[in-house]
Design a protein around this ligand. Structure first.
Ligand SMILES: Nc1nc2c(c(=O)[nH]1)N[C@H]1C(S)=C(S)[C@@H](COP(=O)(O)OP(=O)(O)OC[C@H]3O[C@@H](n4cnc5c(=O)[nH]c(N)nc54)[C@H](O)[C@@H]3O)O[C@H]1N2
Ligand SMILES: Nc1nc2c(c(=O)[nH]1)N[C@H]1C(S)=C(S)[C@@H](COP(=O)(O)OP(=O)(O)OC[C@H]3O[C@@H](n4cnc5c(=O)[nH]c(N)nc54)[C@H](O)[C@@H]3O)O[C@H]1N2
Ligand code: SF4
Ligand SMILES: [Mo]
Length: 880
């Protein structure tokens, strides 16, 4: 059954995972007794029942403990009417005084299509400016620009099945194993079935995705254009061009080839042998899919990278046929939906062109709106700069956390703080951005909200509610319509339910189709409420019988219907002398962005509990950094403090840090504080992957670790906290000593009257303190001059449990071995448990570990790490 189906006492709801752009279907089952379970939906075409660690843990993130449950105005609880009135009058009076360009919305690829549609309509059609941009600017903008340059529209030509049908899958700037795990597992399964299938991974770092790679090309940061230009020149030199396809469907071949021939392959830093091996594979394999993601997009030449890849597919005609094509995997669950409704400042709506007067007139007529944006608005970086400069005076931020995720994040944070009026719609007030708002709107979150999302393969799926609206929270689309009505446009925002918005959106796509463009779902213009409720996942354009693949026979959306090959030239990231290291940033397996959701799950937090800096052993040596030191990463933009992880997984001269940590979870782990706002000149997308920085050892006098039942915050230079089963844990380090550790600990935990046991460890010149009440542990603190080895997962589970001062040893008794850091999040299996089993049971394969411990047998995301543990214990080598 689709939708919510009451079966006697069990209710099943089909919905879509709210994390990555794979867009997996989930099935939530609720018993009459309040029990709930969640599985992958076997009938959803994106995942066919599979889920990754984050998807499987969704039910651990829906608790109300930190939710925003009522509107807040100027720091005080308010009713809806006054909150809406305050926002509407702030926007209206700012527009009246300073014109429409003085207001802006900054929205998100995590909004549903219905939310996004009305936000775009309000700004572009009624306020009448293009000043609505989205976090997709930080994510997909270069792909959008590259698609539009090549195809005329922002169209993804292929589908997921192509990744299984391909004989060669090339991954460029994509850590698919961690970021699109279910798609990765589909490739793993296809490769197991057809071992002749090949995978190439192009990434400066050796990531978990290399686990299935036959060839890893650790190219220099930013040099993808040089690599794909070399490939294009080789395609031509070896006579591998598809002249029939080029003659019939492509323009710009000669100029693109000219630019490609001028490229220097050595700019990649790769050996000629590796480059040749890559060219041999790519040119020699008809069925090739080139998958690309943020290593391509988040770059000062991201759009050129996209076109360098597309050029090779166009020159060989390997596009829009089974198992072939360039394929951009989208990040957020509704990155595609946002692109469809025109959420970007330089798009109109439904793939119509904001620079085209006839398109603007058609949309204005359709909306019956008083005005229409006369051109593109400000793109994210420019938008926040205008906020900082006082040009934008009223701002509404919906479903995104720019004080953390924008480049030059300190500037952005300060700009938001100083802006005359800021409204924030979020599910929690505990974000670095929400803290700065004048008006806070409580939004419905996943499990409560209702609407549609589009995944990476143009497939539209429903998100359906299975939980009641908590407190006074409202759906994002409704809050936007309420503000629009209060601003005087009640006739145009009368929608009573998401289906009303969806129908209007589908109707507008008729206009798109009338211009001969791609985005057409007009067949659903009159969809009834019940059909909307039970809508099966489907792919656009609707009405096109085989819509899985486009452009196999040309039919591009340019004026002459030909695809354009674009001449592109290599240009690397900036490397000023004073900041010689390149800082690459990205994601970890079990966390989602700024931690507001995955940070609530102890299980997900146990995989990687603090922000870290991957640095090559040569660089670590040169800068006097030892493993587990605290590093200060710096440049004129700002500073971050991170735990040092010395590894040859990164190239010398390049480092990597995760993007997830925020002011809510760390003292100075916000990585975008050191990412300058350098952007791609075509797409305006920031270069989040190549910040020029310098690094030094932070002058640490002591290191510490603590656990407590409550969410505590220590007073020291470095801290990073994370959720545990029974409370919170915190890593810490300081550059000065407190006068008295006991007083300090008491303030830190807020435990004034609680009995404590203090152990001065003279041998290790450390201090350990436990707070115990009625035989239960409330908090424990461990301080020493060096990073302290402790059974952290064991300690994290103790607060609230019966305990004695023995906990201060930091290790469980011999009868309870320490499982170590979590590797398999699905079954909560730690590294020590796995290493012990490998040793004791003489395990020699990842499957054998699965048989013994279940690790790696559910979502499979930890299998690369299991293989690493086998390598570490030298079992694998011995066996192979
Ligand atoms: N676990 C998890 N999954 C997620 C998310 C999450 O927060 N957590 N977020 C989702 C979102 S919104 C997005 S956009 C996607 C992102 O998905 P991905 O793009 O796969 O993830 P990233 O880790 O940002 O970056 C991918 C890789 O690009 C590499 N890279 C850096 N510079 C270069 C370069 O110059 N050239 C090449 N070829 N590679 C380079 C990095 O080393 C990194 O391994 O993930 C989605 N999925
Ligand atoms: N250095 C660096 N920076 C990056 C990146 C990088 O790789 N490196 N990646 C960039 C990319 S690709 C992306 S996509 C961005 C992501 O960055 P953000 O969009 O800032 O990150 P999120 O944590 O996903 O923010 C979503 C916010 O919406 C809230 N929320 C959740 N559900 C709802 C809802 O239903 N309604 C409303 N109104 N709010 C909701 C969450 O609590 C959270 O505060 O970061 C970008 N920044
Ligand atoms: S791969 Fe994981 S995060 Fe992405 S949609 Fe599927 S379950 Fe969700
Ligand atoms: Mo993203």
């Amino acid at each position: 059954m689709d939708g919510s189906a009451p079966f006697s006492s069990v209710k099943t709801t089909r919905s879509t995972c709210p994390y990555c752009g794979v867009g997996c279907g989930v099935k939530i089952t609720q018993g009459a007794d309040g029990t709930r379970s969640l599985q992958g939906d076997p009938d959803h075409p994106a995942n066919k029942g599979r889920l990754c660690s984050k998807g499987s843990a969704l039910l651990e993130t829906i608790g109300l403990e930190d939710r925003l449950l009522h509107p807040v105005v100027d720091g005080h609880r308010a009713d809806w009417d006054s909150a809406i009135a305050r926002a509407a009058s702030a926007f209206s009076s700012t527009i009246a005084q300073h014109g429409p360009e003085s207001v802006a919305f900054y929205v998100s690829g995590q909004m549903l299509t219905e939310d996004y549609y009305v936000a775009n309509k309000l700004m572009k059609g009624f306020i009448g400016t293009g000043n609505i941009d989205t976090n997709s600017r930080l994510c997909m903008a270069s792909t959008v620009a590259g698609h539009r340059r090549a195809f005329g529209t922002d169209t993804v030509p292929g589908c997921y099945e192509d990744l299984e049908l391909a004989d060669l899958v090339v991954l460029v700037g994509s850590n698919l194993a961690w970021c699109h795990p279910v798609l990765y597992q589909r490739i793993v399964a296809a490769k197991a079935e057809r071992p002749e299938m090949r995978v190439v991974n192009i990434d400066p770092r050796r990531t978990a995705t290399c686990d299935i790679a036959d060839l890893h090309l650790p190219l220099k940061s930013g040099s993808d254009v040089a690599l794909f230009n070399t490939l294009l020149a080789e395609i031509s030199r070896r006579g591998a061009c598809n002249w029939r396809y080029i003659n019939d469907h492509v323009s710009g071949f000669m100029s693109a080839l000219g630019a490609a021939r001028a490229s220097d392959p050595d700019a990649t830093g790769l050996s000629r042998d590796d480059i040749n091996a890559f060219c041999d594979m790519w040119i020699g394999t008809e069925k090739v899919v080139t998958v690309f993601s943020q290593g391509v997009n988040q770059s000062s030449n991201g759009t050129d990278k996209v076109n360098a890849i597309i050029n090779c597919h166009l020159a060989t005609g390997r596009i829009g046929r089974p198992g072939m094509g360039p394929f951009s995997v989208t990040g957020q669950p509704n990155a595609m939906g946002g692109r469809e409704v025109g959420g970007l400042a330089n798009m109109l709506a439904n793939h119509l062109d904001i620079d085209d007067q006839t398109h603007r007139d058609a949309v204005k007529k359709f909306w019956n709106s008083p005005r229409i944006a006369q051109g593109p608005g400000r793109k994210a970086v420019d938008l926040f700069q205008a906020v900082a400069d006082g040009k934008i005076k009223a701002l509404w931020i919906i479903g995104t956390n720019p004080a953390v995720s924008m480049p030059d994040a300190d500037l952005v944070r300060d700009a938001i703080e100083l802006c005359d009026f800021v409204a924030v719609s979020d599910v929690t007030a505990r974000t670095d951005t929400a803290r700065l708002a004048d008006v806070l709107f409580p939004a419905l979150g996943w499990g409560e909200k209702d609407g549609t999302v589009t995944n990476s393969e143009r497939r539209i799926s429903r998100q359906r509610p299975f939980l009641p609206a908590p407190g006074e929270a409202r759906a994002d689309w409704r809050i936007i319509c309420d503000v629009a009505c209060a601003m005087g446009w009640s006739d145009a925002f009368t929608h009573a339910k998401p289906a009303d918005v969806f129908r209007e959106h589908a109707q507008l796509s008729r206009v798109t189709a009338s211009f001969g463009l791609d985005f057409d779902i007009s067949a659903l213009s009159e969809i009834g409420d019940t059909d909307y409720e039970t809508l099966h996942p489907f792919r656009w354009p609707v009405g096109n019988v085989d819509n899985a693949r486009l452009f196999g026979d040309g039919g591009f959306y340019t004026p002459d219907r030909r695809a354009r090959m674009i001449p592109v030239r290599h240009s690397g990231p900036a490397k000023p002398d004073a900041y010689p290291l390149v800082l690459n940033t990205g994601r970890v397996r079990d966390h989602w962005h700024t931690l507001t959701r995955t940070g609530k799950s102890a299980r997900l937090s146990k995989h990687i509990a603090e922000p870290y800096l991957e640095i090559h052993p040569d660089d670590a040596r040169q800068h006097g950094l030892k493993p587990a030191d605290i590093a200060a990463v710096q440049n004129p933009t700002g500073r971050a403090l991170l735990r040092v992880l010395v590894t040859d997984r990164v190239r010398p001269g390049e480092m990597f840090a995760p993007m997830h940590w925020t002011g809510e979870f760390t003292s100075e782990g916000r990585i975008d504080a050191v990412v300058p706002s350098r952007v791609d000149p075509v797409s305006g997308q920031p270069e989040s992957k190549a910040a020029p920085v310098k690094v030094s050892r932070f002058d640490t006098k002591w290191f510490g670790f603590a656990v407590a039942s409550n969410r505590f915050q220590p007073d020291c230079a470095y801290w990073a906290r994370s959720k545990t089963q029974s409370g919170w844990q915190c890593e810490m380090a300081g550059d000065t000593f407190p006068e008295d550790w006991t007083d300090w600990a008491q303030d830190c935990f807020g435990l004034d009257e609680v009995p404590r046991v203090v152990v001065e460890d003279a041998r290790r010149s450390g201090t350990r303190i436990a707070f115990l009440c009625d035989g239960k542990l409330l908090a424990a603190l461990f301080i020493g001059p060096q990073p302290i080895a402790l059974a952290r997962n064991y300690l994290g589970a103790l607060p609230g449990l019966d305990a004695s001062a023995d906990v201060l040893s930091g290790w469980p008794g011999a009868d309870r071995p320490d499982p170590g850091p979590t590797v398999c999040a699905c079954f909560d299996v730690g590294a020590n448990t796995i290493l012990a089993a490998i040793d004791e049971k003489r395990l020699v394969s990842v499957d054998a570990i699965g048989d013994a411990l279940r690790a790696g047998t559910n979502c499979g995301s930890c299998r690369p790490e299991l293989r690493r543990l086998l390598e570490q214990s030298q079992r694998l080598e011995a066996a192979e």
